[in-house]
Design a protein around this ligand. Structure first.
Ligand SMILES: [Fe+2]
Ligand SMILES: [Fe+2]
Length: 177
């Protein structure tokens, strides 16, 4: 048993040496990396659109609870931008080009850049809660699809998902529902 283990290590070492230019993507990577890169690039688009929406709402919010709601939106906006950057770093590790192209952001994003007709706090909160609920579902699907094939990308998506659930919870608290 230990012999075959040594043989495996030898094969892995040789493979790692042979394909040095592939960076962290090795023969034991269980998925089509092009597909993972495309999915992560759509996550980047989603996060950028969420950053734009939260930032717009933080600035435009009016009403008696403006200060509190605006501060929450600003905090969420900063988190969404970090999510975009973390997804982009993973795309780069996988040998892809992070796609921040504004020309295609809207089509690629899972969520919409919605702005309510009025700068009503409740409508803004509802827009953002809907967006969070959408990303919670789509990210859960991505995590299930990744399975055990790419633990690093899965952990990244799980950590982002955890923060999206916190965002949804924060909004529920502000809505007082
Ligand atoms: Fe996010
Ligand atoms: Fe979020």
């Amino acid at each position: 048993m230990s012999d075959s283990f040594v043989l495996d290590v030898t094969r892995i070492r040789e493979e790692a040496q042979r394909k040095m230019e592939a960076g962290p993507v090795t023969g034991s990577y269980g998925l089509d990396e092009e597909r993972v890169i495309a999915i992560l690039n759509d996550v980047i688009a989603t996060e950028v659109v969420c950053w734009l929406r939260y930032t717009r709402h933080a600035i435009s919010a009016i009403g008696i609870d403006r200060a509190q709601v605006s501060a929450e939106f600003t905090e969420h906006a900063a988190a969404e931008m970090q999510h975009a950057i973390r997804a982009a770093e993973r795309v780069s590790q996988l040998g892809g080009d992070p796609d921040f192209d504004p020309a295609t952001l809207v089509q690629r994003a899972h969520t919409d850049y919605t702005t309510p007709a009025s700068d009503d706090l409740k409508a803004m909160l509802e827009n953002n809660l809907l967006a969070e609920r959408i990303v919670i579902s789509t990210y859960q699907e991505i995590i299930r699809w990744l399975g055990d094939h790419d633990p690093t990308t899965r952990r990244l998506m799980e950590s982002i998902l955890e923060e999206e659930e916190e965002h949804a919870d924060d909004i529920i608290d502000l809505l007082g529902t």
